[in-house]
Design a protein around this ligand. Structure first.
Ligand code: BG6
Ligand code: MG
Length: 216
């Protein structure tokens, strides 16, 4: 029998594929600064905070900016990103995500969102999923980015469930590390060759079941 009592979900890349919007906005910013970013480079931005993403991008473009300029650039990127996500609809929920959330809740498991994004509430509202989470912890509520476990530990605390009884669903290496650092189980969403530290890797939540949870 499983000891799992709660499921904590990352948002970008697990519930919705917003990576494409982040990429478009960062690419536009890089282009304005006179260089480009590749899809491979974009992979390295997954799960990474806004501030750190900008630092990496400026590094790739060999561009130096003051702290004040960096704040302006990050704000500009976010404006473009927010404009794009303002058009999101429930059709953009990744396959199986809503169904698995409903399955968990019907089985009496607690659910939380654990995201680095400061835009998570906007997205949850747009895709109409906010009601399926008992707690939402996002980038506005944490000070230490993944792989620090802060976001997931706060999630467990909000649910009143011990970390060892929680499982985290993550598409980013840093997110799997964060779950492990917090003493939680981790299910990777993506490729087993990339998410090597996960307890189980599936290609999407449409591949998850209570039976698989019970085997963790
Ligand atoms: C993560 C994304 O979930 O949130 C990153 O994977 C993103 O790509 C980070 O940079 C911060 O998001 P936001 O919406 O606060 O800029
Ligand atoms: Mg993610």
């Amino acid at each position: 029998m499983s000891i799992i009592k709660a499921c904590i979900f990352d948002l970008d890349g697990v519930i919705v594929d917003t990576a494409v919007y982040h990429y478009k906005a960062w690419k536009r910013l890089a282009n304005e600064l006179g260089f480009d970013i590749s899809e491979e480079q974009n992979e390295q931005l997954k799960g990474v905070s806004r501030v750190r993403s900008l630092e990496l991008i400026l590094q790739w473009g060999h561009v130096t900016k003051t702290e004040a300029e960096q704040e302006e650039l990050a704000a500009k990127k976010n404006e473009w990103y927010v404009e794009m996500i303002s058009h999101m609809t429930p059709a953009e929920i990744l396959p199986g995500a809503k169904e698995f959330l409903e399955t968990c809740r019907a089985a009496g498991l607690k659910t939380a969102l654990g995201s680095a994004s400061k835009n998570s509430m906007t997205i949850l509202d747009k895709i109409n999923l906010a009601g399926l989470f008992d707690a939402v912890i996002d980038g506005n509520m944490v000070s230490k980015p993944k792989p620090d476990p802060e976001v997931f530990l706060k999630g467990a605390e909000a649910l009143n469930i011990a970390p060892a009884d929680c499982v985290v669903f993550e598409d980013a290496i840093a997110g799997i590390e964060a779950a492990k650092n917090g003493g939680m189980k981790a299910v990777g969403i993506g490729s087993p060759n990339v998410l090597t530290e996960a307890d189980l890797v599936v290609s999407g939540l449409n591949e998850m079941s209570l039976e698989k949870l019970s085997m963790l």
